[in-house]
Design a protein around this ligand. Structure first.
Ligand code: CMC
Length: 391
C-alpha cells in the first residue's frame, strides 16, 4: 500500500500549518489570531474581523479606514454579470445560483487571476469579500422578481447587505441598529473555522494553482451540504416539521435509531465535544433580536425545549453531541426577514473571508505543495483483457 496512513474523513490528519484560527473542541474555545470569538462578536465589526484574519492583527483607525475603502471600492459587479441571473430559473435554489455566478467571476476579472502576483492576490481577495454580498442579494432579488439593488458604500458591510436584500425602489429599507448589529454578529460568527470541509476544499482546489474565484466556487459547493453549511436551513425545516413540543420525543427517538438516517440538525460537531461557543453567542443574540422586534417566535421556544431534552438524553450525552452554530442562527435569520433558502448563502458570504484568508496563507507558504491524498485500492487484481465477443 505504500507509506501512508489510511484516514477516511481526515479525522486525524493535519493538512497544513495555519496561524488564523485555534479551536479547542473539548473546552469549546474558538480564537481568531488569539482573540476569542466572544470578544470579537461583542466588540468588533465584520470588516475588523476580516482584517484580523487577512493581516494577522486588528486594524488601527487609519488601517481600518483604508481597508474599508479597499473593500468598498469593489462592491459593485460588472454590469454584464447581471445577465447571468436571467439564464437561471426564478425558482432555482440561491446556493445553485451563487455557485455558478461566483465561478463565473474569473471570466470577468482577468486582471486578478495571477496567483503569483501579490497585488493581484490582494485585489482578488478584496473583490471576493466585496462582491459576495452583492451577488448573494442579487440571487434573492432575482428569485422574488424584484429589481437588483446597487450596493451603498456609505453603509457598513452588514447594513449594506440588508439594504441590497430588502430595499425596493419604492421604499428604502428601515435600518434598525439592533438588526444591523445582529446581522454583523452572524457574519462574525461564521467568518472562519479552520480546516472544515469547505475551507479544505478551497485549499485543495487552490493547491493546484487554480485562480481564487474558481476556488471559492468550489468552497461554496462543499458548504451547501446539510452536514456542513446547509445545516442552518435544515434546522429550521426540522423545527417546522417537529411543529410542537409534544412531538420532540418522537424526533429524538428517530435521531437515536441507527436504522433511521434522520439526525438532529444543528447538533454534533467533528471538533467540538462541548457546547459550540458560537452557538452560545447566537442563542443570546436570538433572544435579543426577538425581544427588540417584539416577536414571539414559537420556534425559539421549541428549539430551547429540544435543546434541553437532547442535552439531558443519555445518547447525546455519551456521544458528546451539543448544539452547534447552526442551531440558533436560522431563528435569528428568520426574524431578520431572510427566507430559509438564503440561510446557507449568508453563511457563504461570511465564510468567504475565511476562505480567502486561508487561500492566501496557503499560497504564501513556501512549503506549499499540491494536495494529493492517497487511497486504499479495493478493486480487482490485474487481469487479462476480455474481447467483446467473449464477455
Ligand atoms: N443526531 C444524531 N446522532 C448524531 C448526530 C446528530 N446530529 N451527530 C452525530 N451523531 C452520532 C452518529 O450517528 C455517530 O454515532 P455512532 O458512533 O454510533 O455511529 C456519532 O454520533 C458520531 O457521529 P459522526 O457522524 O461519526 O461524527 P462526524 O464528526 O463525522 O460528524 C457532523 C459531524 C457535524 C457531520 C454530525 O454531527 C452531523 O451530521 N450533525 C448534524 C448536521 C449539522 O448540524 N451540521 C453542522 C455542523 S457545524 C457548522 C457547519 O459546519 O456548518
Amino acid at each position: 500500500t505504500g507509506h501512508f496512513t489510511y484516514d477516511p474523513g481526515f479525522t486525524s490528519t493535519g493538512s497544513c500549518e495555519s496561524a488564523l484560527t485555534f479551536i479547542d473542541g473539548d473546552e469549546g474555545i474558538l480564537l481568531h489570531r488569539g482573540y476569542s470569538i466572544e470578544d470579537l462578536a461583542e466588540n468588533s465589526d465584520f470588516l475588523d474581523v476580516a482584517y484580523l484574519l487577512l493581516y494577522g492583527d486588528l486594524p488601527n483607525k487609519d488601517q481600518k479606514k483604508k481597508f474599508d475603502r479597499d473593500v468598498t471600492y469593489h462592491t459593485m459587479v460588472h454590469e454584464q454579470l447581471s445577465n447571468f441571473y436571467r439564464g437561471f430559473r426564478r425558482d432555482a435554489h440561491p446556493m445553485a445560483v451563487l455557485c455558478g455566478v461566483i465561478g463565473a467571476l474569473s471570466a470577468f476579472y482577468h486582471d486578478s487571476t495571477d496567483i503569483h502576483d501579490e497585488r493581484q492576490r490582494m485585489v482578488a481577495s478584496f473583490r471576493l469579500i466585496a462582491k459576495m454580498p452583492t451577488i448573494a442579494a442579487m440571487a434573492y432579488k432575482y428569485s422574488v422578481g424584484q429589481p437588483f439593488n446597487y450596493p451603498r458604500n456609505d453603509l457598513t458591510y452588514a447594513e449594506n447587505f440588508l439594504h441590497m436584500m430588502f430595499a425596493v425602489p419604492a421604499e428604502p429599507y428601515k435600518m434598525s441598529p439592533t438588526i444591523a448589529r445582529a446581522m454583523d454578529r452572524i457574519l462574525i460568527l461564521h467568518a472562519d473555522h479552520e480546516q472544515n470541509a469547505s475551507t479544505s476544499t478551497v485549499r485543495l482546489s487552490g493547491s493546484s494553482g487554480a485562480n481564487p474565484f474558481a476556488c471559492i466556487a468550489a468552497g461554496i459547493a462543499s458548504l451547501w451540504g446539510p452536514a456542513h453549511g446547509g445545516a442552518n436551513e435544515a434546522v429550521l425545516n426540522m423545527l417546522q416539521e417537529i411543529g410542537h413540543k409534544d412531538n420532540i420525543n418522537e424526533y429524538i427517538k428517530k435521531a437515536k435509531d441507527k436504522d433511521d438516517p434522520f439526525r438532529l440538525m444543528g447538533f454534533g460537531h467533528r471538533v467540538y465535544k462541548n457546547y459550540d461557543p458560537r452557538a452560545k453567542v447566537m442563542q443570546k443574540s436570538c433572544h435579543e433580536v426577538l425581544a427588540e422586534l417584539d416577536l414571539d417566535d414559537p420556534l425559539l421556544e421549541l428549539a430551547m425545549a429540544l435543546e434541553k431534552i437532547a442535552l439531558e438524553d443519555d445518547y447525546f450525552v455519551e456521544k458528546k453531541l451539543f448544539p452547534n452554530v447552526d442551531f440558533y442562527s436560522g431563528i435569528v435569520l428568520k426574524a431578520l426577514g431572510f427566507p430559509t433558502s438564503m440561510f446557507t448563502v449568508l453563511f457563504a458570504v461570511a465564510r468567504t473571508v475565511g476562505w480567502v484568508a486561508q487561500w492566501k496563507e496557503m499560497i504564501e507558504d513556501p512549503s506549499q505543495k499540491i494536495g494529493r491524498p492517497r487511497q486504499l485500492y479495493t478493486g480487482p487484481a490485474q487481469r487479462a483483457y476480455v474481447p467483446l465477443g467473449d464477455r
